[in-house]
Design a protein around this ligand. Structure first.
Ligand code: NOJ
Length: 751
């Protein structure tokens, strides 16, 4: 009897939980009750207002316009972006919560992408840290700093898988790997949102851009994406799933179309995938004008049609354009959309506002100074820059430098406080940036500085001779170049990703002096180095390292710290190889070095033949310049003894894969041990390798450690061609090693 009652109780609880979102006045779910109560009081105009995300840029010159204030007073705005004057933030919120009909608070949003005032490395750099803790802590700092200006919503993290370095926004991406992107996506959300959404320093996250923005054809920004359903599920969605599971309250639709449908009007994407499959329960915001951009896409015939499509797709909040504001009423009258749909769209937004505690505490917390540029923030920024920097090459261990050596610091980015911050750093104050030259100067290092080129695209050779003379008088050249901040980021794709301007030319001239050259690159993407790689002895990729780039670079150059980063993207030899990524498919004719025929080896007058018979470029081959996961430190490691606890994986057991790692160098150091798995035969073809785990270890010189990874069935699941998520019986290979191209190999069977 009691058993039955107990069962009944459980069933009731389950049902009521399921219903909680949409049940009017449900006392068991106070938030939902409040949402419904409020919704019932709101007029249609106010509801439409909640769906508006307004920019202020053109309307606040000379103060907040009366028109803008009136629209808030009338309840016609749900959120603002880019209100950067705290007085305006306070005033607009005051009007919203005191004078608007139902006193619904506003949310203030901003692109706080890799720091607010204290700027951390660009997201691609942070991804190179492979350190979720650092990503989480830096996002927390960003939230603390930004919330002091009233910003409680950031348009980050960007979780677009990017496999083409020509794309300017690769700088903002987590790189090419869905597993790493998922680990970092979760960390970003946890950091931005903090422990509680209603904490005044919590900034709600926005996973973006949903979906396929990074798959733009040819790396051309805003361009078409063609993504089959298997790739969508296995590659592009997992980082978003991780962010939603971590509680991301918002998601942004992307500008692009995928398979013919622009994201802001894609009902299947926004309902079946986002809400049903991924269980997202926050609200969807469009990208800047992306609703009305469905017109040039050729998907909507006019603004009204665009609004109809987006409402029907379930797109909650429209950024900057005003198709909802202008047309929802008319569309309702015509029966093209329903009031229930509008209620649902608004409820999603109100729910988040309640969760943020805005109804109780709508105002900017004036006790929160944000600790802008606090010592701890700067220390974290420096740590992050070191963890993000990837040492690509270090011939004859030229790095670290000897402190006695006389250094010629040359290059257009050696002393550029603004440029080293990178893309999306509107709030970073360059006067707080510490450049490499400032650091060398402060440390009284034995160096001379001459730019040689005054900005990264500079083609003037006027200063070359001075640079060469300085090099000649020195023991070693540290050339700090790359790309200015503006060369990556939104709408800044490049077809050629060499060092811009005359940098290669200058490097070659410096190399001709016979001096050793250390190339430090600050850039928003991998830079093809084929033309100059043999002219330089070391290459340190720091991405755009942020406020504390200078001290980080100084410490790495002189060996106070070793660079800790590992590539989160495959580094191409030439842009012609792009898109390029390690987790590709094998093809029927996989490329091998044995069969590869280089263009210069083809006999003159050769008869047509499928020379080499494999999938490669005659001139660029098939290997990248540096593989995904690559990165050197100041010591060396040897891997041995890969052991699997069993070679049979079942639903009931786990495999423990253990490898022995030895620090074989003379310095203490750290290694990022990486685990890759291949599902050899699938009902659809599977990637040649997939990252499934990684662990950083610290080893003293000569020290030996065992590193173990657990592999379970869950780790091997994927979506097959019927979109069935599961694992298929058969053979698997595993590798544990220092990057995606090297590693000890083992195998097991799942049965
Ligand atoms: C357009 C960008 O695509 C998006 O990422 C950004 O958040 C918005 N503009 C707002 O600035």
């Amino acid at each position: 009897m009691y058993k039955k009652l107990y069962l009944l109780l459980i069933i009731i609880v389950i049902i009521s939980c399921k219903e909680e979102k949409k049940t009017l006045g449900n006392d068991n779910n106070p938030t939902e009750a409040k949402v419904n109560e409020l919704l019932a009081k709101m007029t249609l105009d106010e509801k439409i207002g909640q769906l508006n995300l307004r920019g202020t840029s053109s309307r606040v010159k000379g103060g907040l316009s009366d028109e803008l204030k009136q629209s808030v007073r009338d309840g016609k705005v749900g959120a603002f972006l880019n209100v950067m004057n705290t007085e305006y933030v306070d005033e607009l919120q005051r009007i919203a919560v005191n004078e608007s009909p139902n006193k619904v608070p506003l949310i203030f949003a901003r692109d706080v992408i890799h720091g607010f005032k204290t700027i951390f490395p660009i997201p691609l750099g942070l991804a190179a840290s492979w350190n979720a803790e650092t990503v989480k802590e830096s996002s927390r700092v960003a939230a603390v700093e930004a919330s002091s200006s009233g910003i409680r919503w950031t348009f980050a993290p960007m979780l677009d898988i990017a496999r083409d370095s020509r794309w300017g926004r690769i700088a903002e991406s987590p790189g090419e790997d869905p597993y790493l992107a998922g680990v970092l996506g979760k960390a970003y959300v946890e950091g931005f949102q903090g422990d509680s959404l209603n904490d005044p320093t919590s900034m709600i996250a926005c996973a973006k851009h949903f979906i396929g923005y990074g798959a733009a054809i040819g790396g051309r920004d805003y361009n078409t994406a063609i993504i089959n359903k298997e790739l969508l599920q296995n590659v592009y969605l997992p980082p978003f799933k991780a962010a939603f599971d971590a509680g991301s309250q918002t998601v942004m639709t992307s500008f692009n179309e995928t398979n013919g449908i622009p994201a802001s009007g894609d009902k299947k994407l926004l309902q079946d995938i986002l809400r049903e499959q991924l269980k997202f329960d926050g609200f969807v915001v469009s990208d800047w004008n992306s609703v009305i951009e469905m017109i040039p896409h050729g998907f909507a015939k006019d603004e009204k049609h665009a609004a109809e499509i987006s409402v029907n797709a379930g797109m909650n909040m429209e950024m900057t354009s005003a198709s909802y504001e202008n047309h929802i009423k008319e569309l309702l009258k015509e029966g093209k959309i329903s009031e229930q749909q509008i209620n649902n769209l608004v409820a999603d937004i109100l729910r988040v506002k309640f969760r943020m505690g805005l109804f109780e505490n709508p105002n900017r917390d004036t006790n929160n100074s944000g600790d802008l540029y606090a010592k701890s923030h700067l220390e974290l920024a420096k740590k992050a820059a070191i963890e993000s920097s990837v040492l690509l090459k270090n011939k004859e261990n030229i790095l670290p430098l000897n402190k006695e050596a006389k250094v010629a610091v040359i290059g257009p980015l050696a002393d550029k406080p603004r440029e080293q911050l990178g893309t999306w750093t509107f709030d970073g104050d360059k006067t707080h940036t510490v450049t490499p030259v400032a650091t060398f100067t402060k440390a009284k290092a034995n160096f001379n500085f001459i730019e040689g080129l005054s900005y990264s695209r500079d083609v003037s050779e006027n200063e070359f001779q001075k640079a060469i003379n300085t090099a000649k008088k020195s023991d070693v050249v540290v050339f700090i170049g790359g790309e200015e901040a503006i060369l990556s980021g939104e709408a800044h794709s490049r077809a050629n990703i060499n060092l811009p301007g005359a940098q290669e030319k200058l490097i070659k001239k410096l190399a001709a002096t016979g001096k050793k050259i250390v190339l430090v690159i600050m850039a928003g993407r991998p830079i093809t180095l084929t033309n100059i790689i043999d002219d330089v002895d070391a290459v340190l990729m720091t991405w755009h390292p942020g406020t504390m780039g200078g001290p980080a670079i100084y410490d790495m150059l002189y060996g106070e710290q070793e660079p800790l980063g590992r590539l989160p993207v495959t580094w191409p030899k030439t842009a012609g190889q792009l898109p390029l990524f390690y987790n590709h498919k094998n093809t029927g004719r996989p490329a091998t070095s044995e069969e590869f025929v280089h263009i210069d080896s083809i006999p003159i007058g050769a008869w047509q033949s499928s020379l080499g018979n494999t999938s490669h470029y005659l001139d660029a081959g098939f290997t990248p310049h540096f593989p995904f996961g690559h990165g050197l430190g100041y010591t060396t490691f040897e891997y041995s003894d890969l052991k699997l606890s069993t070679q049979k994986l079942t639903d009931a057991n786990t495999i423990e894969a253990t490898v022995t790692v030895k620090n074989t160098g003379s310095k203490d150091g750290s290694e990022l041990v990486q685990l890759y798995v291949q599902d050899v035969v699938g009902s659809i073809t599977r990637p040649v390798k997939e990252l499934k785990g990684f662990e950083r270890i610290l080893l003293k010189s000569g020290e030996v450690k065992n590193v173990s990874f657990k592999i379970q069935v869950e780790d091997l699941k994927y979506f097959n061609s019927d979109l069935k998520y599961g694992v298929e019986k058969g053979d698997f290979n595993i590798w544990i090693g220092k990057n995606s191209a090297e590693g000890l190999k083992g195998s097991f069977v799942y049965e």
